[in-house]
Each structure stands twice: as structure tokens, then as C-alpha cells.
Design a protein. Sequence first.
Length: 422
Amino acid sequence: MGNTIEWYDFGVFGFMPAILGAVFFNAENPTDNVLGTFAVLAVAFLARPFGGFVFGPLGDRIGRQKVLATTIILMSGSTFAIGLFPSFATAGVLAPILVVLARLVQGFSAGGEYGGAATFIAEYAPDRRRGFLGSWLEFGTLTGFFLGAGMVTATTVIVGDDAMQSWGWRIPFLLAGPLGLVGLYLRTKLEDTPLFREAAAKNTVEASPLKTVLRTQWRGILHLIGYIVLLNVADYVMLTYMESYLTNALGLEGRTPLFVIMGVILGMMVIITPIGALSDKIGRKPLLYASCAGFIILPIPAFQLMDSGNSALLTAGLAIIGVLLVFLLATIPSVLPAMFPTEVRYGAFAIGYNLSTALFAGTAPYIVTKLVADTGDQLIPAYYLMGAAVIAAVPIFLLPETAGRSLRNVTSSTQAPELAAR
């Protein structure tokens, strides 16, 4: 639920950047409006590492469940608040300031959300089903984005383009409030993870987890940052930038880009948990190798298909990127928690993940949009994905195979834990 709410917000932003840019920035041309919206998205990522430094170690000290209940309140509340903010026409420069502040709160809370949710699921899952059960976390990612994009599309169809730009844009944001209340109710009913309760019973919970993380896990954190460069770039190019690319860079008109992207995302939702289950059988690394190699070789053909002017080929090009991304999404919730010991797992995960996300994910839509606008080269997104895959290749190679292995007695990100007993 928490991941769904986080990505619901990105779906809303990603599917109406021009409208939100006009509402809050009042720029003179559509490209500047889109850049303004993507800049606001990027600003939130500045706060994510701070959230990781605060919520991650806190989750190692007081428990995963309490922190996750806090992050979902902050995330859903700040998204809901954006739906109440005045426009630039009403409040002038105060409007973008309020949006930036809300996005900073979202970024801060998101800094503790993903690492905690992945840790929570991984520490509850049986060792030999961790890939399958962990993949449901990213099913939540895709569900949230699909709901956000679907809500924007449905609202636009119902109220019309003029009303959408006037007041209809508020509706998708306001719906985050009820979603957050449902998520909060569910999280308050959860018991903390068995591994954390074991650590608490043995008095091995760290009194100062942040200090311990920085002293003992800095190599693992650097390893994680390099590994998920590809995930972050691919995730945010596919899920946040692509609608703007099809509309503004390729000049597609109407709602075809919306429906094609939503169709591909729906297909990703169908296959992600079976791929997670496959990783339990054949291992995580074959899927990671396939994704990394695919992102080095296939982006240029995929983007050429998108630029063909044919709807079927457009869908095929998007599907290539989507399938390669699913190989990453289905495996990381089981791979990343296995990189760190239980006592510092949440903190090390959250710090490394959010540092990488701040550097490479939030900036991707803005940088790619700017480069395409400045150079006129429609293959810029393909080059960006290929570069990220090259960077991630070495950290992926250095990862140990962790399928079927226990999360107990983990020592480092490059040493596999012991194989769990059947």
C-alpha cells in the first residue's frame, strides 16, 4: 500500500506534466511547463537521502512497523495537500513554493518507505519464496503508477480538457487521502518482523545504528548505489518521462500515448510476480544479467520502433523496455535486503538506495527532456539507458547469488549468506 501511494503520486505527475506546469509555473510554452514539473519532481529527491538517514537507522532501533506507519501518513498527506494548493494565477510565486515544500515532505518520507517495505517483506518471507513474495512490492509500484495514470486519464475523459486544466487536476491528488488512511489502518495491524523481534530478544539491536552503518557498511552502500543506477534510470524514464517523450518529442496527439503506456504497464503487472517466482528457482543473477545485457543492446532499436509512426510498433518498443525493467523490479526486493546484516539492514538499505535515487533517478526525466529539446536527438533516452547499464554491469557481477539463502548471518554485500535448510 505504501509503495502504491508513492507511485500513485508519480503517476499523477508523470501523466500531466504540461497541465501542472501551467497551473503552478505559468510558463510561456509547453516544454518549459514540462521542465518545471520535472524540476519539482527532481527537487523531492534531494530530501530522500535525508529521509533515509533518519528513518532507516530509526527502523533498525525501534522496529520496521512503527517507521512504516509514519512514512505512509507523510506521503499520502503531502500528496493530498497538493490538491488543495492555489494556482499560480491565484497566488503567484507562492504556488510553486507550496508545491516544492510538499514534494520535499514526500521525498523525506519516501526515503524511509521503500527500504522499510522491502526489508519488512524480505524478513517475513520464507527463504525459498522470497523472490516471489518480494516481487509483490514492485507490483505495488506498478499498481500505484497505473492508478495514478488511470485516474488522470479517466478524469480528463469525464470532465474534458478545459475543466482538467482549470480544476479537474485536483481530483487525482485528493484521492491520495483515502488511500493513505487504508494503508495506515493496515500497517497499524501488523506485527514487526520475526528477524527484528529475534534481534530485540537477544539484545543485539544497535543503540546507534547510523554510526554502525557508516562505520561497517560503507562498502556495501557503495556497491548498492552502483547496482541500482540502472534500475533508477530505467524506472523513471519508463514510468515518469515516457508520456512526455511520446507527446512532446515524437509529436503524438490525442490519448494514444496514455493508453499505450498504460497497456504496457498492465502487462508488466501480469508478469512481475511469475518472474519473481522464477528467480526463486533459477536464481536472481541470470535475470539481472539478462536485464543488464538487454539495456546495453536493445534501447536504440526499441526507441526506433517508438518513432516509427505505427501504434503496434510503438507498443512493441515500449514493451521491450518494460520487460527488461520487470527483470530488475521483480528481483531487487529480494536482492537488496540480503546485502546487509539484520541489525543495520533497514538503515544501510535506505541510505544507499536513496543516495542513488537522488543522484540518478529524480534527475533523469529532467536531464533527458532537456537534452532532447536542446539537441533534437530522439535517441537521447536510449543512450541514457545504455550508459546506466554499462555502469551497473560491474556491481551486478560482484553480487553473490542469494536465492534460497537465509537472511540470518549476512556479513557483507559480496558474500552470500548460508543456504537455508529445506
